[in-house]
Design a protein around this ligand. Structure first.
Ligand SMILES: C[S@@+](CC[C@H](N)C(=O)[O-])C[C@H]1O[C@@H](n2cnc3c(N)ncnc32)[C@H](O)[C@@H]1O
Length: 344
């Protein structure tokens, strides 16, 4: 890998040129998708397929690259893709076959070919890094619920991730029986108002579950922590007056299922209080959020967290009417906080 980094450093000038008015963006993205596919890197393939479509590459062309049936590509792109794929398959250690190199030279200028080579090399290194990280995580044999590293980090940052005042505001005015999903360390527990009769707090992660059980001692209302997920809440239909979701709808693997469960266990007219980070409306932030999700890297590091979910829309689609919704930035990341009511 060190050798690959050194080789990439040597081709940094043509790589920069490829992004600064050199080879056209669509050609660059076709090459990147082809190399990522050759290296079986699903995260990079997903990200670059999306970027390729934005650069003017067609669905038919992406399908053709996926099937390695390149007739749908123009000659110029076909030559670049075949050249880059063969370079990647030979791990950039051996030159491509003379025929492939000749066809590439017939269709691309020496400068363009040098840039295609640099782009393919950079992509291959990104593929190798992501594939290695995925393999390490898979080899750690962790269960889907067990996120020991994330749990330790969350223990350290939970009190700062949401200000105490925002937690109090989220829960103000609640009464009766409340279900909270993804309770984490139980940071909300001290903020439940006295009119709440009982809180059932769902938390699947073992370490956080233990912390949440300890936190019940500091609450002024009765709280029971249960080992379950938001997608399968162990409760009867219409059995709660209110539900709370605080920075969890980003992490649940199946958001519509979790929201369907929250709706099921709430009585008609019951409230869902939410505080979540969401996708930006426009621009570079949304693009970056989608890229981080599509790469698979962010969800792995963040124990299933997704940055690009449109949670307000998902809440409405699940059968709630949003009555209050404050949208605000925390750092560069948009958040929503508010109240939705279960429609009858
Ligand atoms: C970012 S933490 C937020 C914790 C807490 N709500 C807070 O505000 O401090 C996300 C929490 O959701 C939990 N979680 C992840 N997937 C879940 C699921 N499917 N059902 C319920 N909780 C889940 C995690 O274990 C973690 O405790």
């Amino acid at each position: 890998m060190l050798g690959d980094v050194a080789a990439l450093a040597k081709s940094s000038v043509p790589l920069l040129r490829a992004y600064r008015g050199g080879v056209e963006p669509a050609l660059r993205e076709r090459v990147m998708v082809a190399v990522s596919r050759a290296n079986a890197c699903q995260g990079c393939t997903r990200v670059h397929e999306r970027w390729a479509l934005r650069s003017g590459v067609t669905d038919d062309e992406l399908r053709a690259i996926g099937l390695a049936d390149l007739a749908a590509l123009d000659e110029h792109s076909r030559a670049a893709v075949v050249y880059a794929t063969e370079r990647a398959e030979r791990r950039f250690r051996a030159p491509p076959s003379p025929e492939v190199e000749q066809v590439a030279r017939n269709h691309l200028s020496p400068a363009a070919l040098e840039q295609v080579d640099a782009v393919a090399r950079a992509m291959a290194l990104a593929n190798l890094s992501l594939n290695t990280l995925s393999a390490m995580i898979a080899a750690s044999g962790r269960s889907r619920r067990d996120h020991p590293v994330f749990a330790r980090v969350w223990e350290l940052i939970a009190s700062r991730a949401v200000a105490a005042q925002d937690r109090a505001e989220l829960l103000a005015g609640l009464h009766g029986d409340v279900i909270e999903v993804g309770a984490g360390t139980g940071e909300n527990f001290g903020h439940y108002p006295p009119a709440v009769r009982l809180v059932v707090a769902v938390e699947p992660e073992p370490r956080l579950q233990r912390r949440a059980r300890q936190a019940t001692a500091h609450a002024s209302v009765p709280i029971s922590v249960v080992d379950a997920t938001a997608e399968a809440i162990p409760a009867a239909d219409a059995s709660y007056d209110a539900a709370v979701a605080c920075l969890v709808l980003c992490s649940v693997p199946a958001q519509p299922v979790a929201l369907g469960e929250l709706r099921r266990v709430l009585r008609p007219g019951g409230e869902l209080r939410f505080y979540e980070h969401v996708v930006a409306h426009h621009g570079c932030v949304a693009t970056l959020q989608r890229a981080l999700d599509d790469s698979g890297l962010w969800p792995r590091v963040g124990a299933g967290c997704h940055l690009s979910r449109d949670t307000a829309r998902a809440i409405e689609e699940a059968g709630f009417a949003i009555e209050q919704c404050r949208r605000f930035l925390s750092g560069p990341v948009p958040h929503i906080a508010g109240v939705a009511r279960r429609l009858a």
